[in-house]
Design a protein around this ligand. Structure first.
Ligand SMILES: [Zn+2]
Length: 137
């Protein structure tokens, strides 16, 4: 879901990046790898999906790992964004807001090619809306 979002928006990412583990000594074990790393902005994105797990023991263990990782990021001055299950309903809104908080600037819109009319489009949701209004006429 988060990966799809990055792909749709033309945001380059590494999933569970191992290449940077050499530079970032804290990320040597599987559990401590960041979910996503955006190389263009040097930003880690963590999706803490199991925070809402109904299994209490799993949840507690997960929250402990989450806190440990967050502390490591802060201690090493690694910029990161936290996403939660509740953010998925409006991922674009939450990600853009959290991105701005972490980076200090807005996520730049990336031009995408519309599959229907094959032109470059900056605001794809708006463009899709335009398509649907066009069809109704
Ligand atoms: Zn189009």
């Amino acid at each position: 879901m988060v990966a799809d979002y990055f792909t749709r928006n033309g945001i380059a990412y590494y999933y569970e990046a191992t290449t940077m583990a050499n530079d970032w000594f804290i990320f040597k074990s599987k559990i401590s790898k960041p979910d996503f790393f955006l190389p263009q902005c040097n930003l880690v994105v963590e999706y803490w999906g199991l925070v809402d797990s109904p299994d209490a023991r799993l949840r507690n263990e997960y929250v402990r790992t989450m806190r440990w990782k967050m502390a490591q990021y802060r201690r090493n001055n690694i910029r990161f964004v936290s996403l939660y299950h509740s953010n998925l309903s409006n991922l674009d809104y939450y990600f853009r807001r959290k991105f701005r908080e972490a980076m200090g600037f807005d996520l730049a819109p990336v031009a995408q090619i519309c599959p229907t009319c094959h032109i470059q489009v900056l605001d794809m949701p708006l463009h899709i809306k335009w398509h649907s209004s066009f069809r109704q006429r």
